[in-house]
Design a binder for this molecule. Structure first.
Ligand SMILES: Nc1ncnc2c1ncn2[C@@H]1O[C@H](COP(=O)(O)OP(=O)(O)OP(=O)(O)O)[C@@H](O)[C@H]1O
Ligand SMILES: Nc1ncnc2c1ncn2[C@@H]1O[C@H](COP(=O)(O)OP(=O)(O)OP(=O)(O)O)[C@@H](O)[C@H]1O
Ligand SMILES: [Mg+2]
Ligand SMILES: [Mg+2]
Lengths: 568, 568
């Protein structure tokens, strides 16, 4: 007999930690650094705080050979995390604050907890999290993970005074700094290049300090969540949007009646039905939707508050224009007709049948105006006033397909994106590579599957750059990607380029930098190592690289001429 | 204020379905085929049934252009799934029967549910599962997924008579057969090559039938779960093994007392304490562990059954040799001393303190004999009789590290693996490629991180093979891998080979086939597209390829001489 089991997501990622970048002590030390540093930068970005991030790696016993236990600590001056969220944020997999559609480094709710998990299973030590959200009180937690249940186990929790806001997380994990060290140092300076407004300090196990002070003072605006774009839609997403947009008939209990009386200013008075309706008409503009629905129901029931408290609404059948209720006084069900001519009819049907299609489109999606909404309705084969609550399953699919196929929607809104910008990118390249030649370009915003993205690229030659190029530096949402370049879309584009055509022969000293920022980066793995070759992204990279390669060719040409001139 | 959310694993894979191979209609149609066919083959393998797998893909509306809805059905003659497990197996992510350590195609508990999820979000249609475990009654389920809750929603469940055992699963999903078709046809014949004892039929949307009859009658033995190997260990795994091996002090309630009386043959008699101990001594060999512990406790309490029913055991403090209990009669806690000279002392301490280290090793791991266990204890710095329940956290880490570092353990046991075999591999290559030259090799068993694996490879030249080689065919646990070869360890090894040295010039007509089978394939993604370059696996592939390349070189040399002779 087959033995079936349900495993928790932490159990899944524990058994398959390669999928999240924790395959061995070298890679794991690197990934743990990445996950904590990126959390610190995300937190500061979200609150508009110029980030100060301090990374410390110390060997527990420096004389032992690698791999061995290290203590990894990352401190930031960010907003910290509230007391009640700390154990879950760090002790639970698939728990986080970055699931919404916005440009952020984090997206899975997985990273910090995986690093802590890896530490725990290699050294049995709990994570220590210290957080202050107000610069006065600091929470200090010692947390172990219950991997089978995906729950934190709080070993210790103390509060004490502090003078600094921010968060510090510290784990003990088995790592191999002798192998991971150069990649970690690269990660640190590459992060500084793409995040010039952040100050990053790294104290390494050998006692060396790497200090990258911020060289730019303007911080990008905090990322904002945007509404979805129709091209990224599927039936599940539409269903959920309809459920959100639909309004339940409120339960008319004493609390509800009290609320209606209060909003109508009738808490103390016991007016007749007619007087109540009159008062409601006067106050209509300021009534909440819930109260309006109750008033509408009262209008059909022709009841005052006294009578209303003695019944319970059973069903609202819009198509047959019947409202049924249970009368507690007579202990039986009763039915009233709903007059479609009544001014309150619309209020009730809106509630049950949902919004009209055009309202659904303009309100729930980004950048759909009323004209486009009507045009789309025609294209999709629906009446513009079709109620969302009356869509059959077949019609939902028809709507979903049409939303993806309609060509006249505006492109996804890129104003929620925070690219680095051509000037800071050039500044960073010059700072770190001191090249003889630099060119940068920011491509116009584009989109894949409804997600807006912007590609920025840079090319540089000579100076301190080592031969053996092109050396490719890849970034996604300001995260340096240092592994698995072989299956990344950027390398595909670089390797497809015939560099000889651009007068670049042999393996000369030049670098290519690419940065893709989007509300959703299509990573190939949960370890965020490389980006999938979505056609739209590949296209922007190609166009960007062509543009830069021509500039490089022009430079190489001049350089070649200058050298020829010298020889003569 | 940051808004925190917990998402379910189905929600995670819904939002990140690229990670599981469902990135677009072309890829998704392929991956869905893969997941269902592999489930069918796993199920038959597990029960020693020669598999008959029938794959059907039909366009819902053949005249529409791709991408469009298809109905994908996979039927097998396997053992089916029991009624109570069907909704969870197909409607829940991270639910399955293949989490144990054995060679199987499935390992994540994800595949079938993801295919069903993709179908549902593109066409809003439920999955139809028909299953018969006895060839007499068939369950038919229509299931929708609650993606947010990771639960199945059963729309319909009927039972009817049937004459065939097996399972059929059918989904409606948006696919692109015009683009995925050739990969699906390749997948089918490549599966036949590596699973020669399976008959696979494919009815494609154009009405074509591809029939691959089995060409071998022997089915490999069903995969068996093996014990872990010390080299794959971590602290979490050791903790769990200790918890499993530890025995709780049984609760001594009336039910327990009744059981002890029954096992001692004293249900009817009310003997004195001394007489009970006497009887226990006589029956000792046949008493269960639970009963022995109760007898041991009674020996220290010096109580008969009557008195025993009036107390409750509170604590057993072995280090201080004290047993404390609550006396209901006097309403107070009492303590008795435990005499370490007593023959029952050992019984109690075993229970609380767990097994000795040497027993833990020989019983819980594969292939550790008593001598090796003692040698290891010395290496790790423990007394061989050290009780597992008395390990401190520091000692657990010391044990875990030592288990990974000790060099004198036997290699992991490969007898649980089911490689294809050199002869069937050669037969399959000849059947499908009709080459002029073929060579195959099965490398000796090896291991990575405590997981045993076997590499088998084949090389073939000429015949029906198209030029432009080497064409590389990769397999892992009998699954053909058709995507992302660029980041697969096999391509790394093939591309590192200087084919000119083996007299293979240009892009000649030759193929290389590799098959890795293991209790755990180190896939890089949850979509099972490519295999990570673990050093041990890479080494075996290199040695295998060297061996085959030399044989190819010898053939090319002969071939070259023969052609020269012809010219003269
Ligand atoms: N330094 C920090 N300051 C403030 N909040 C933090 C910090 N580190 C983590 N968090 C919070 O903890 C949550 C969980 O972090 P975690 O890294 O596990 O997931 P994530 O960042 O949301 O996604 P990803 O797995 O892609 O990194 C975050 O969403 C964030 O809200
Ligand atoms: N055709 C089938 N016959 C018998 N059992 C099946 C069949 N298909 C699926 N199952 C059962 O359903 C479970 C879930 O299948 P699913 O494909 O989701 O996960 P898996 O095969 O265990 O792992 P993976 O995600 O790696 O494929 C399987 O473990 C198996 O027990
Ligand atoms: Mg994170
Ligand atoms: Mg499966």
């Amino acid at each position: 007999k087959e033995q079936f089991n349900q495993i928790s997501p932490s159990e899944f990622f524990y058994s398959n930690r390669d999928l999240a970048g924790f395959s061995n002590p070298t890679r794991s030390l690197y990934t743990a650094v990445r996950e904590f540093v990126e959390n610190a930068l995300d937190a500061c970005d979200q609150k508009g705080i110029l980030p100060d991030v301090h990374l410390i790696i110390k060997a527990v016993d420096p004389d032992k050979p690698d791999p061995k236990p290290y203590i990894l600590t990352v401190k930031d001056n960010g907003p910290g995390v509230d007391t009640e969220h700390i154990p879950l944020a760090f002790g639970t997999v698939l728990y986080g604050s970055k699931f919404g559609l916005k440009q952020a480094r984090g997206m899975f709710g997985l990273g910090a907890t995986m690093a802590i998990l890896y530490g725990q299973i290699t050294t049995n030590k709990p994570v220590v999290v210290k957080s202050s959200t107000d610069g006065q009180t600091q929470d200090e937690f010692e947390i172990l993970l219950d991997i089978q249940k995906n729950k934190p186990v709080i070993l210790k929790h103390t509060k004490k005074e502090t003078s600094k806001q921010g968060l510090s997380v510290s784990i003990c994990l088995e790592g191999d700094y002798s192998k991971a060290g150069s990649k970690i140092r690269d990660y640190v300076y590459e992060t500084s290049l793409i995040t010039p407004y952040a100050t990053i300090t790294f104290d390494d196990p050998k006692g060396e300090k790497f200090h990258h002070a911020r060289f730019v003072k303007d911080i990008p605006p905090p990322p904002t969540i945007i509404r979805p774009h129709p091209h990224g839609i599927d039936v599940e997403r539409i269903r959920r949007m309809i459920v959100e947009s639909q309004f339940e008939i409120p339960v008319i209990d004493d609390i509800m009646i009290e609320k209606v009386r209060k909003d109508l200013g009738l808490s103390k008075k016991n007016l007749s039905f007619a007087a109540i309706m009159d008062k409601a008409k006067k106050k209509w503009k300021n009534l909440s939707r819930q109260v309006r629905v109750v008033v509408a129901l009262m209008s059909f029931l022709k009841m005052d508050f006294e009578k209303l408290s003695k019944i319970r609404i059973e069903d609202l059948d819009v198509s047959n224009k019947k409202l049924s209720y249970w009368d507690f006084g007579d202990s039986q069900s009763k039915v009233v007709d709903i007059d479609p001519e009544s001014p309150y009819y619309k209020q009730l049907t809106n509630t049950v049948q949902g919004e009209p299609l055009t309202t659904f489109l303009t309100k729930r999606f980004q950048r759909i105006g009323p004209t486009t909404a009507v045009k789309f309705a025609e294209f999709a084969g629906f009446k513009p006033e079709k109620r969302m609550g009356t869509m059959s399953n077949q019609e939902l699919v028809q709507l979903s397909d049409s939303l993806q196929k309609f060509e006249d929607f505006q492109a996804p809104d890129p104003t929620c994106l925070a690219p680095l910008g051509e000037e800071p990118l050039e500044k960073g390249i010059k700072k770190f590579f001191n090249p003889d030649f630099t060119a940068v370009v920011q491509r116009p915003a584009s989109a894949y599957s409804g997600f807006p993205f912007i590609v920025e690229m840079g090319i540089a030659y000579g100076g301190d750059i080592k031969p053996g190029g092109p050396h490719v530096y890849r970034y996604a949402n300001r995260i340096p990607l240092l592994y698995d370049e072989g299956s990344d879309v950027v390398l595909k584009v670089v390797n497809d380029t015939d560099w000889g055509r651009y007068k670049v022969k042999g393996e000369p000293p030049f670098i290519i930098i690419s940065h893709i920022c989007s509300t959703r980066i299509p990573y190939k793995t949960a370890g965020k190592e490389n980006v999938a070759d979505r056609p739209e992204i590949e296209r922007e990279l190609r166009l960007g690289l062509q543009f830069l390669s021509r500039k490089l060719a022009a430079y190489m040409s001049k350089k070649g001429q200058a050298e020829m001139a010298k020889k003569r």
